[in-house]
Design a protein around this ligand. Structure first.
Ligand code: UDP
Length: 240
């Protein structure tokens, strides 16, 4: 029986979350801690789709800024997300959680392709489905990938676990008076260019009425609090 507010969620973690206190790459101890929190959520009966970014390894924009072809660099970024997905799969399976990785770039030696109906079956069987390689196209981000999978898998919410504890009206790092929203409308996020997710991801969630819950995943136990409707967060939703 689920003890959470939701039956099925999409959890989006930025790649940076996997690097722990390192400056780059994957910290297996930190991935293991994350996996434990995901296992506890799954054990409560929740169906979990997972999308992990690639920013801890490679971002297309960074490559393009240094003179690389943007599309080429973006494909490298997508491959980085597959590495993160495999790292998380490994950590979850060590805890006895059954998982499947489905990649938008086909890679049949390491994972399944994205097949919605198959993903549906995995979720029904209690497996965590990790969607890798974003939408499978350059000029997008894994936020858009997360919004797309949340829509097609009919998730009740998109939980964005990141390093800040919500959405602010200005940058809290540079403005001590920055105010965190409890709830905020999709259109305000888009019009005021608030830093939540990229515009295509926000618009996709708006058009499909998927609430976006932004919270800090760096705080231990926060995922469980958020799933119980507690904890510090911002909810991006209709009519807020
Ligand atoms: N990317 C892409 N298309 C997608 C998803 C990702 O081109 O559908 C590339 C893009 O270069 C991006 C990189 O993969 O910078 C890593 O993803 P992202 O920046 O979203 O990772 P995060 O910031 O969440 O760690």
């Amino acid at each position: 029986m689920s003890t959470t507010l939701y039956k099925r969620v999409l959890l989006k973690l930025s790649g940076e979350v996997l690097m722990g206190n390192q400056a780059f790459g994957i910290d297996p101890d930190f991935v293991a801690e994350m996996a434990q929190e995901i296992k506890e959520a799954r054990d409560s009966g929740l169906e979990i789709c997972l999308v992990i970014g690639g920013g801890n390894i490679f971002r297309g924009m960074a490559g393009a800024a240094k003179g690389m072809d943007r599309a080429q660099a973006d494909y490298m970024g997508m491959l980085a997300t597959v590495m993160n997905a495999l790292a998380m799969q490994n950590a979850l399976e060590k805890l006895g959680v059954h998982t499947r990785v489905q990649s938008a770039i086909e890679m049949d030696k390491v994972c399944e392709p994205v097949i919605r109906r198959r993903a549906e079956r995995h979720l029904e069987k209690g497996r965590v489905v990790i969607f890798a390689a974003g939408v499978g196209a350059p000029y997008f981000t894994t936020d858009s990938g997360a919004a797309l999978r949340a829509a097609e898998m009919r998730c009740d919410a998109l939980l964005k676990g990141t390093s800040v504890d919500g959405v602010y009206d200005s940058d809290p790092k540079t403005n001590a008076d920055a105010k965190r929203y409890e709830t905020v409308n999709y259109d305000t996020v888009l019009a005021d260019n608030l830093k939540v997710m990229d515009a295509s991801a926000v618009a996709l969630c708006r058009d499909n009425a998927i609430p976006i819950v932004v919270f800090s995943i760096r705080e231990k136990g926060n995922l469980a609090r958020i799933l119980a409707g507690e904890g510090t967060k911002t909810i991006v939703q209709k009519g807020a």
